[in-house]
Write a protein of this length. Structure first.
Length: 316
């Protein structure tokens, strides 16, 4: 007979629960974060990160009520709208905030880890990719001491692997001018058609377009192909010219941002194009160590940022 069975058999126990059990309703934080609020210990890591670090979102996490009835929640009927909301999953120490795409898809000991970098902006943040067999199940940040923002990654790269399995273009499409629609063609037919066009067209009328998510090997192969055909015009998907020599285009050092006292943003939106860069600029401005100005269309960011805004018509 075990100690528990002896206790229940021979000892008379009267249990009196003086406090009521506490249950909290789960909150809807959007399609990326699943909440299990009964696990929450009110450490306020998520609320401090949302207000102090991520800071450029429209909705913050916060606390309501007091004492025993304290709850972590968003504004009534609102969801998290921030480029760094996925980092709350890594910050939560008890699993009250978990990843919706990852839940029930695998266990940590079942996955293998591959180190990589973020290709969705020019900063190259360090990441690690966890895959189970042939499927990627999640992407996490990887600490890099040489990268000043190595602790955070954007939601764009964290949940980008969904595009590998959902609504993905697996076959090349060719536009039919007669019926004004796209038709599926084979790779062999497409490569032959492109080869015929490149061999017959004048080099001055040919332009190569490089996507922002292309790796360096693909970009280098495109450059070598353009040089072999005598093509001089290479642009990115924003149709801005790319200098093929480009020694200065890749000499930018993020550590210089910590010494800058003024930021001038001309025709750009760093919150969309490079949100990690925008995060570091905001952190510099919040310390009152720098000011910023925007030439062009202003964008919504933190309240302390971009105090000076200029339109093109007011400058030129």
């Amino acid at each position: 007979m075990t100690c528990r069975s002896r206790l229940l058999t021979y000892v008379r126990i009267k249990v009196v629960l003086l406090q009521k059990k506490r249950a909290v309703e789960d909150r809807n934080c959007g399609p990326l974060i699943k909440t299990v609020m009964t696990r929450c210990i009110h450490c306020t890591r998520c609320t401090r990160f949302s207000a102090e670090v991520a800071g450029s979102g429209d909705v913050y996490l916060g606390t309501t009520n007091r004492g025993f009835k304290t709850e972590i929640t968003t504004f009534v009927g609102e969801i998290l709208q921030n480029e760094f909301s996925g980092n709350l999953i890594d910050l939560c120490p008890v699993g009250a905030l978990t990843s919706k795409p990852y839940i029930f898809n695998g266990r940590p000991w079942e996955s293998k880890v591959v180190e990589s970098i973020d290709v969705f902006d020019s900063l190259g943040a360090s990441i690690k990719i966890e895959h189970k067999e042939l499927h990627i199940i999640r992407i996490l940040p990887r600490l890099n001491k040489n990268f000043s923002l190595g602790k955070w990654i954007s939601d764009k790269v964290r949940f980008s692997f969904d595009g590998l399995y959902k609504n993905r273009l697996t076959d090349p499409l060719k536009f039919n001018r007669q019926i004004f629609t796209y038709e599926v063609v084979s790779w062999y037919r497409l490569i032959n058609a492109v080869e015929d066009l490149l061999c017959t067209a004048e080099s001055s009328k040919v332009c190569f377009v490089i996507g922002n998510t292309n790796d360096l090997e693909t970009s280098l192969a495109t450059k070598l192909l353009a040089e072999s055909l005598g093509v001089l015009k290479i642009v990115n998907d924003s149709f801005s010219s790319v200098d093929t020599t480009f020694p200065a285009n890749y000499s930018f050092d993020l550590k210089l941002l910590n010494k800058a006292d003024c930021f001038l943003l001309v025709g750009t939106n760093p919150r969309v194009e490079a949100c990690l860069l925008n995060l570091q600029i905001e952190a510099r401005i919040k310390k009152n160590a720098a000011i910023s100005a925007v030439v062009g269309a202003p964008f919504k960011s933190d309240s302390t940022m971009h105090k000076f805004r200029f339109r093109f018509k007011n400058v030129f």
